[in-house]
Design a protein around this ligand. Structure first.
Ligand SMILES: Nc1ncnc2c1ncn2[C@@H]1O[C@H](COP(=O)(O)OP(=O)(O)OP(=O)(O)O)[C@@H](O)[C@H]1O
Length: 327
């Protein structure tokens, strides 16, 4: 478990991280998202004690990481997979790490198998491909059987097989009850992997909430409707102030009205509907919208003056209900 409390980091006059507070809980994958330069690496470095906070503090399992007697058993981290430039074999590299940390040798074979490096464990790690290096970095992070794992951009540069492997690994580490904290630029990947999100922009907290809650903060993209009564449907939508356009799949994309409004209006007007689906924003669309100007937004639960553009309260529409329109 990671608890950041009022974390702040300045470099000269540059404020890289502003009063950041969040918790990474056990048993779930928490995604750490933010545009480039938003302070993710700086935050991770402060968690590991590699950078000292200008203010605030961060605890790993209730203590600063540096104060743990067996740090590798509390937090395992992969910050830069390319950092493993070693002339040693993967096995020797892991054995040396284990010996330094007082971890039994038998654990080396376990992690080698866990990350699927058995066949190449005796090969020089310096000659590893990016994917193999990534696996070795993860093996190093898991060596101490830590209760918390933290990975910075673990899927960068990996092929689809490697990405799938990392996704499944993260989920299984969380299922084992570990706290998993992972940053990534790949939103579609995060949507599949993470249950919870910590989102920052320009060093400030934008969201600390479930993935679906985050997505629901932006307007749905529209409503997909199928109906054999095209003319009546079109008239209904236009009269209520919505827009309607045909999709290549033979359905209609309705904007400016909710599915409930369309459904109720169609019922009153006697229009048969064969499909009525709200199209939710993707995580990527929500992320782009909510981090577009990070300074304008506040963490969930706090307010900014006026309502932040893009933060949904439902589509704007004709104040009349569609039943009224249909009558
Ligand atoms: N050692 C440093 N000296 C001065 N400024 C720094 C230093 N490290 C980071 N910064 C600045 O702090 C801000 C946050 O950087 P950081 O690397 O933490 O962001 P990030 O979210 O990890 O970005 P990316 O996704 O591009 O890796 C950036 O503006 C960066 O230029």
């Amino acid at each position: 478990m990671i608890e950041a409390m009022g974390l702040r980091k300045t470099y000269g006059r540059k404020v890289a991280v502003h009063d950041l507070s969040f918790t990474v809980r056990p048993g779930i994958v928490t995604g750490f998202l933010g545009p480039n330069g938003s302070g993710k690496s700086t935050t991770m470095r402060m968690i590991l004690g590699l950078d000292r906070p200008t203010a605030g503090s961060v605890l790993v399992d209730g203590r600063p990481f540096a104060r743990h007697e067996a740090p590798l058993s509390s937090l395992g981290a992969l910050l830069d997979a390319k950092a493993v430039h070693t002339g040693r074999s993967a096995e020797k590299h892991l054995r040396a790490m284990a010996a330094t940390a007082g971890i039994p040798r038998s654990r080396v074979a376990e992690v080698v198998e866990l990350v699927g490096l058995q066949d190449v464990a005796k090969r020089r790690a310096g000659g590893f491909s990016l994917g193999m290096g990534q696996r070795l970095g993860i093996a190093s992070a898991l060596l101490g059987n830590p209760s918390t794992v933290m990975f910075d951009e673990p899927v960068n540069g990996l092929d689809p097989d490697g990405i799938l492997w990392i996704r499944n690994l993260m989920k299984s580490l969380a299922r084992e009850g570990r706290a998993v904290f992972v940053s990534s630029h790949l939103m579609s990947e995060m949507a599949l992997t993470a249950e919870h999100l910590v989102v920052i922009g320009r060093g400030r907290l934008i969201a600390d909430e479930g993935v679906q809650t985050f997505i629901d903060r932006v307007r749905p993209r529209g409503v997909t409707v199928r109906s054999p009564q095209v003319e009546q449907l079109t008239e209904l939508v236009h009269t209520a102030g919505g827009t309607i356009s045909a999709t290549p799949e033979g359905a209609f994309d309705v904007r400016g009205l909710t599915a409930e409004q369309i459904g109720d209006g169609a019922l009153t007007a006697g229009i048969a509907l064969h499909e009525l689906t709200t199209v939710r924003a993707s995580l990527e669309e929500a992320f782009m919208e909510l981090t577009a100007d990070a300074v304008e937004y506040a963490a969930h639960g706090t307010t900014t003056p006026g309502s932040a553009p893009g933060v949904a309260s439902g589509p704007t529409t004709d104040p009349r209900t569609l039943q009224e329109v249909a009558r």
